[in-house]
Design a binder for this molecule. Sequence first.
Ligand code: GLA
Length: 381
Amino acid sequence: MDLKPFQENFYEIYKVQATGIASAPGRVNLIGEHTDYNAGFVLPCALNFKTQVLFRARTDQRVTVRSLSYPGESDQFDVSQPIVKGKSQWGNYVRAVAYVLQQAGHVLSGADLLIDSDVPQGAGLSSSAALELAIGGVFNALSQLNLSATELALLGQRAENEFMDCQCGIMDQLISAKGAADHALLIDCQDLHTELVPLPDDLAVVIINSNYPRKLVDSEYNQRRAACEAAASKLGVASLRHATLEMVNANTSLTATEQKRARHVVTENARVIDAVAALKKADLAALSQLMAESHQSLHLDYEVTVPATDTLVRLSQAVLGNEGGARMTGGGFGGAIVCICLPEAVPRLREQVLPAYTAQCGLSADLYVCQAGQGLTVSYF
Ligand code: GLA
């Protein structure tokens, strides 16, 4: 990619040249939804959509932030002072990362930053994790903190949990930190062990963004997490990772809602492991079946789908037949669906699903054929 125009933008704003760039991707989760904060398994891949941050150290301790996506806005704060929320929502993600680094005892240097991103926002593709990781990468380099990719991911998650009030798990930050081109990443969220799983060349990964307006996402998300923790506690296990379907079905102290939430998590964990085996054998029929079951479970037991994503999945499944699978991806309550299919099926998805979706839901969807991209990189010019 030609960085020259972006570097010129930096120069126009700050009247000095940037000395380096950090880049971190968004993600799509292939399977394993709402399992990460239950110490379970997930199988995301990093996207070739990414957030890039040009940077230059300052001699004082001020951080100045601009974004090409919000040209009229800027944010500024001082890393030698306690960091609190500011007025800019995207600026708060930058502050959140600086805050958790400060809390962890790191001494940060000031910096001039310019952000650019092509990760679709509000689509459930983790544009916020991409920003957190890119910013973590900048501070790691400028302040010579020597943090590993996993440590940066954990700090990004803490930034969400402690500063942005979202009790998210580790998936989005860890895949943004450690993703690799042409691979999905199996993550065991109990010990953060990761395994790269090659994506077969002859399969396409397609994202269809419903463009359904997402509302109350964080509060619903935090409620799901609380129900899982209550269920684990009643089942006498440290997390739902250690529960079995028999335990969930037999326990009479669980509320009906807790039982449904726990059933989703337990069955979804098993589906992730089966999906990895199916991918390794390039068994598209098995993979499609697992994706269909995952979506049903998220619809009926976890109750995080909406008519827009249910419709997109139903239409895509009808078009793909036995040539691929479809399910909602990410936290839910709108956002995107993911399809894994033969490349020759992609034009039919575009030509048949998109108009039918508009006719049925009154919204227009965006379709992206994606390549699994590289995780966080930081380099100096
Ligand atoms: C959001 C969170 C993740 C994960 C997914 C659901 O993307 O940030 O930690 O819980 O939802 O799988």
